[in-house]
Design a protein around this ligand. Structure first.
Ligand SMILES: [Zn+2]
Length: 81
């Protein structure tokens, strides 16, 4: 994990602004969904992309080691082991 060097204050409604440079780099547009994770005392924000990383299937997708994978791809992986 690398620091962006950006420090932002939380406003009275609990909002922070994502810096435009970060939105450009990560291709985050207005109205895009952002998923919020916590890891002990950290808050992790990630563009919400519910599809499988291998086949783009959106059915039976689980979150594993930071990526999403569908049941069909898990089955294929198991068969190749
Ligand atoms: Zn898949």
């Amino acid at each position: 994990m690398k620091s962006t060097g950006v420090v932002r204050k939380v406003d009275e409604l609990g909002r922070i602004v994502l810096p435009i440079e970060i939105r450009k780099v990560l291709d985050i547009k207005q109205k895009d969904a952002i998923e919020i994770f916590t890891d002990n005392d950290r808050i992790i924000l990630q563009k919400y992309e519910p599809a499988c990383v291998f086949c783009s299937n959106t059915d039976d997708v689980i979150y594993f080691n930071g990526k999403r994978i569908c049941a069909a791809c898990i089955k294929q992986l198991k068969e190749q082991m």
